[in-house]
Ligand binder design. Structure first.
Ligand code: GDP
Length: 195
């Protein structure tokens, strides 16, 4: 995909009305620190356009990035940051659920999981929410470069078993360092926009 323009068009807080976009939306969900901003930056061909979490869990917004005036990347709030109160956690949950439920332009949800770790309860809950709202999440296994090549297959197996998913669910290993996996994600997005 050739990135011609990128604009942070809408930032939604807890009480904001969601935008009524007319272009396809692609959402990114994942635990804070999983590498979501790094992935979104890589998919925008930008170094640090999307926020990176020097203070994980601080941002409680849904950010809509207009890409090429043709589609949106939707950056959902990172969940599972330990130092946040239960009340705040519940609010994030509501925001994410509300978006999944209400967006009429949402084409695909990417759920990010760190390739080195077994999926957490929060990851499983997120997976179930996405499915419950009628979407089959595409899993992105982040930080691929942190594993030795010989460890990758086993890690992917642990990830699949942890989420309880079969071979029908797409899992894309990705590294923001080497950009491995980026073309595959772009292809999925382009196919969906053009279909
Ligand atoms: P977010 O909280 O999910 O948005 O995570 P960030 O994108 O801010 O990344 C969290 C930390 O992980 C940062 O220190 C990143 O530099 C690092 N990181 C993210 N993706 C990768 C990756 O693919 N490889 C490596 N080695 N580090 C990564």
């Amino acid at each position: 995909m050739i990135i011609k323009s990128v604009e942070l068009e809408t930032v939604c807080g807890i009480t904001s009305k969601l935008p009524e976009n007319t272009k396809p939306e692609f959402a990114f969900a994942g635990k804070s620190n999983v590498g979501k901003s790094s992935l979104i930056n890589a998919l925008m061909n930008r170094k640090s356009f999307a926020r990176t979490s020097s203070q994980p869990g601080k941002t409680q917004t849904i950010n809509f990035y207009n890409i090429n005036d043709a589609l949106y990347y939707v950056d959902l709030p990172g969940y599972g940051y330990a130092k946040v109160s239960l009340e705040v956690k519940a609010k994030w949950g509501k925001m994410i659920e509300n978006y999944l439920h209400k967006s009429s332009m949402l084409r695909c949800v990417f759920l990010l999981i760190d390739i080195r770790h077994e999926p957490s309860e929060n990851d499983k809950t997120m997976y179930d929410w996405i499915v419950h709202n009628g979407y089959q999440p595409i899993i992105i296994a982040t930080k691929l470069d942190k594993l030795k090549r010989s460890q990758v297959q086993k890690a992917l197996k642990v990830l699949r078993t942890g989420l309880g998913i079969g071979s029908d669910v797409t899992v894309i290993p990705f590294s923001a360092e080497t950009k491995q996996g980026r073309e595959e994600i772009w292809d999925l997005i382009s196919e969906s926009v053009n279909s």
